[in-house]
Design a protein around this ligand. Structure first.
Ligand SMILES: [Zn+2]
Ligand SMILES: [Zn+2]
Length: 249
């Protein structure tokens, strides 16, 4: 399968990542990607970014090295009410919002607590993707989670780094999540979760899970830049107004 977009990429701003926006764009161009989302961790992560960083992302050019740049965040879900660590006035300036549960930002709860927190976050109209839901540290009621993602038009991330360097033990959960998504037609997004430019566009392990589950290409967000733009716009996101999918890039 061909992928045009990586929806989950970090920069040095995250505090534990090692490349710049420009290096990420250069790496994406080399891999033949058309678009990447810059999604640094939200302010609640100890070494994360303050809110003004997200408020000022409009200074980033639409395209760097021929690659379109989505201004985004990997927001932290803070509590069982699904509260995010960035206020709406900042979220609405961004092109794409990822959200998820992270150690140190969310107090580990029961399956019911974790599931409720994620489902409440999905009701937030700014949330586009729930990241790494297969993390065994925060187990979810998979059926309810996937059904809610489908209902609220939120993408479920299959996170490549969950099978390589992070969140050990995620694979079994991810396969169950992907199979449930395939069964009901819920949509997914593959994310590299790159913390260094060389990992941008790496989806090989996530793709194995997608294949095993039998999720069709039309239900995978990042197979097409046009699809990403159309879906974000349909959710009322501004994206960058001058995006034209016919533009030569
Ligand atoms: Zn994360
Ligand atoms: Zn991440």
């Amino acid at each position: 399968m061909k992928y045009e977009v990586d929806t989950h990429c970090h920069t040095i701003a995250s505090g534990h990542a090692y490349s710049t926006v420009i290096e990420n764009a250069q790496a994406a161009a080399k891999k033949g990607l058309k678009m990447i989302a810059i999604t640094d961790h939200g302010p609640a992560m100890g070494e994360g970014v303050n809110r003004y960083y997200f408020g000022n992302m409009t200074v980033i050019p639409e395209q760097i090295e021929g690659v379109y740049i989505l201004r985004g965040i990997e927001a932290n879900i803070l509590d069982n009410e699904g509260t995010l660590d960035l206020p709406e006035r900042y979220l609405k300036k961004l092109d794409i919002v990822l959200a998820g549960l992270h150690t140190g930002c969310f107090v580990k709860g029961t399956v019911e607590d974790n599931t409720r927190a994620v489902i409440e976050a999905m009701k937030n109209p700014y949330v586009d993707i729930i990241v790494h839901p297969g993390n065994p540290e925060f187990p979810l009621d998979i059926d309810r989670f996937v059904e809610a993602a489908h209902e609220y038009n939120v993408h479920i991330e299959i996170n490549n780094s969950s099978f390589t360097v992070s969140r050990k033990g995620s694979k079994d959960n991810c396969i169950l999540i992907a199979k449930k998504a395939a069964a009901i037609g819920a949509r997914v997004s593959l994310g590299s979760d790159a913390h260094i430019c060389y990992d941008i566009g790496n989806f090989d392990k996530a793709e194995e899970v997608i294949k095993e589950a039998g999720i069709p290409a039309e239900n995978i967000l990042n197979t097409s830049m046009k699809k990403v733009i159309d879906i974000l716009k349909s959710k009322g996101r501004q994206v960058v107004p001058s995006y034209k999918t016919s533009t030569k890039i």
